[in-house]
Design a binder for this molecule. Structure first.
Ligand code: HEC
Length: 319
C-alpha cells in the first residue's frame, strides 16, 4: 500500500514537471522584453512576483505567478488560451485588453490626481516647456515637477550619467488649441519599478481611456507605449540642436535662443539616452535655465546642481 502511494506521488510529481508553467507570448527582442515587463509591472502592482520568463524559446508568462498575483486574470488567460501554451497576437491582445480594463493607475478626476492644485495654477513648482511634437498637431505645454527634475539632476553623476525621476512623479502635458483652450491632458506617473503609467483626462477633467487630439487618437497605455517604449528617436529639437537643424521634420521645441546650449545638449544627450523612459529633454533645458541665472538668483538646490555639473564637465560658466 505504502509503495503504491509512493508510486502515485512520484507519478504526480513527474506529471507536474512536464506540464509547463509558462505560456509563450508574441513579443520579441529587447523592445518586446521591455514591453512585457511594462505590462507585468501593471499586473503585479507592488507584489514581488516575477511574471515574465525568458528562455531559448522566447518570452513567456509564468502561470503559477499570475495565479498568485491575480486569480482573476489567471482564469481569464486560461479561457483565452484554451489549454494552449502559446498565445497568438489576437489572444495576447485580448488578454491585454482585460489587463488594461481592470487596472486603475489614475484617479477619476484631475483634481484627485493633483490634490494640491493643477500644474498650471502652480507655476513656481513646475518646470514648463512648450512643444510641438509627434503626438499631436496641437501645441503641448508640458509640466514637470521641479523637485523631481532637481532630484534627477542632483543624482545624475552618482547614477553614472542617468537622469531618473523619483517614483510617484507625475508629468502632465496640456494639449492646447490655437485660442489657448485646453482640450485634454495626457499624463505619465512614475512607478516604483522604473516604468510609467499612462493616462488621459478630457477637458472636463475626467479620466478617459484614449486621447482625442488631432490627427490620431491613442488608447492608453497600449498605443502610448508604442512610442514611449519604442526605439524610434524623436527629436523635438529641430530648432534646438544647433548644427543639426533640418535633419528631422515637423517636431521642434518652442525655445528661446538663450535656452539652446549645444554643449549641454551633447553632454546630456537626453533624447537618445532616455535613461528613464522619458522622451522630452526637460533636464537639458532646465539645466540651461539654471546656468543662465545669475548666481544670486539661484536657489540653494539650483546652486548645488550648477556646481555639480560644472565640476563634472567642462561647461563654461556663463555667470
Ligand atoms: C507618436 C508617438 C507618441 C505617442 C503615440 C504618444 N506619445 Fe507621448 N510623447 C511623444 C514624444 C515624442 C514626447 C516628447 C516631446 C513631446 O511632448 O512631443 C512625448 C511626451 C509625453 C509626455 C511628457 C513626458 C515625456 O515623456 O516627455 C507625456 C505625459 C506623454 N507623452 C503622454 C502620452 C500618453 C498618455 C500617450 C497615449 C495616450 C502618449 N503620450 C502617446 C510621443 C508619443
Amino acid at each position: 500500500m505504502k509503495r503504491l502511494q509512493l508510486h502515485a506521488l512520484l507519478l504526480l510529481l513527474t506529471g507536474c514537471s512536464t506540464t509547463s508553467d509558462r505560456v509563450h507570448i508574441p513579443l520579441e527582442g529587447s523592445q518586446g522584453k521591455t514591453i512585457a515587463h511594462f505590462y507585468s509591472g501593471m499586473i503585479r502592482g507592488d507584489k514581488y512576483e516575477e511574471l515574465i520568463v525568458e528562455d531559448s524559446t522566447g518570452l513567456g508568462l509564468r502561470l503559477s505567478a499570475l495565479r498568485t498575483v491575480s486569480p482573476r486574470l489567471s482564469s481569464t488567460l486560461d479561457k483565452i488560451r484554451e489549454g494552449g501554451d502559446r498565445l497568438n497576437r489576437d489572444q495576447w491582445n485580448r488578454f491585454l485588453k482585460v489587463v488594461v480594463e481592470q487596472s486603475t493607475p489614475f484617479p477619476e478626476t484631475l483634481a484627485e490626481l493633483f490634490p494640491s492644485g493643477l500644474p498650471h495654477t502652480m507655476e513656481d513648482s513646475y518646470f514648463r516647456l512648450k512643444v510641438y511634437g509627434a503626438m499631436t498637431t496641437l501645441q503641448r505645454e508640458i509640466y514637470v515637477p521641479k523637485q523631481a527634475l532637481e532630484d534627477g539632476l542632483l543624482k545624475y553623476w552618482d547614477r553614472g550619467g542617468m537622469l531618473q525621476y523619483p517614483a510617484g512623479t507625475v508629468i502632465a502635458a496640456y494639449h492646447k488649441n490655437s485660442s489657448g483652450a485646453t482640450l485634454e491632458l495626457t499624463v505619465k506617473k512614475r512607478r516604483s519599478d522604473g516604468f510609467w503609467d499612462f493616462g488621459v483626462y478630457d477637458s472636463s477633467g475626467r479620466n478617459v481611456r484614449h486621447s482625442s487630439s488631432p490627427p490620431t487618437s491613442y488608447s492608453a497605455p497600449v498605443q502610448c507605449v508604442g512610442c514611449h517604449l519604442g526605439t524610434m528617436l524623436y527629436e523635438p529639437e529641430e530648432s534646438f540642436i544647433i548644427g543639426r537643424e533640418g535633419k528631422t521634420e515637423g517636431e521642434y521645441l518652442v525655445l528661446e535662443d538663450r535656452l539652446r546650449n549645444p554643449k549641454l545638449v551633447e553632454l546630456l544627450d537626453e533624447h537618445t539616452r532616455r535613461s528613464d523612459h522619458v522622451l522630452g529633454v526637460y533636464g537639458t533645458v532646465y539645466l540651461t535655465e539654471i546656468l543662465n541665472l545669475p548666481l544670486s538668483e539661484r536657489t540653494e538646490t539650483q546652486r548645488k546642481i550648477a556646481s555639480l555639473f560644472l565640476a563634472f564637465s567642462r561647461i563654461p560658466q556663463t555667470h
